[in-house]
Unconditional design. Structure first.
Length: 204
């Protein structure tokens, strides 16, 4: 249950951020190529509103391509108002994944990455809490289902070292930077210029 409490807090903080944006900001592109800021909100809300049967049906209709299914579910909700979507997100903030194959940590990582997709895409200040960062980084690097979310850069022979918190992973050529920058790089976002170390040669 602890991870779902973390997810609920992150979802509520994301809702706060989205409500603070202007209508123009909500229509700006996020770092997630497929979506504007408002469409990111539609995406994260879709997973608290969709039951197992509906989600599985959408995945089948999308040719078992999870990314296509996620885009379809977000598109279905993108015409709704920010107020409507954030109210749903808050009301269902601690709701678990509709499919058992999706671990709690995946949901936490998804909301953490998308929060920074919006902030960074719009050039806004703001950071994630250490618990959220640590949970996401541990999932991205060590969980066998991490590639469901996004295929990671190669980790063999790499040591990841956070410069701003007590976290590291692996052994080998080092890549260092802020925990957030490492998280976003693992999510294949364009942040490699925020990292340093010999290990970057394998990521470019």
């Amino acid at each position: 249950m602890a991870q779902w409490n973390t997810a609920a807090q992150a979802r509520n903080e994301f809702a706060d951020m989205m409500e603070s944006l202007t209508p123009e900001q909500r229509q700006q592109q996020s770092l997630c190529d497929a979506w504007t800021a408002h469409e990111v909100l539609a995406h994260v809300t879709s997973f608290v509103e969709t039951g197992a049967g509906s989600l599985f049906a959408t995945i089948i209709k999308s040719g078992f391509n999870f990314d296509k299914a996620a885009v379809a579910m977000a598109a279905k909700r993108s015409g709704r108002s920010t107020t409507d979507l954030t109210a749903s997100l808050r009301a269902n903030g601690s709701k678990s994944s509709p499919l058992p194959m999706f671990p709690e940590e995946l949901t936490v990582a998804d909301i953490a990455i998308h929060t920074q997709d919006v902030r960074r895409g719009l050039g806004l200040e703001g950071s994630l809490g250490e618990t959220l960062l640590r949970t996401t980084l541990d999932f991205q690097t060590a969980h066998k289902k991490a590639d469901i979310l996004v295929k990671r850069p190669p980790l063999d022979g790499i040591k990841l070292q956070a410069a701003d918190m007590d976290w590291s992973f692996g052994q080998g050529a080092e890549i260092s930077g802020s925990a957030e920058a490492i998280m976003m790089a693992l999510a294949q976002r364009p942040v490699l210029d925020e990292l340093s170390g010999d290990g970057l040669a394998n990521w470019r």
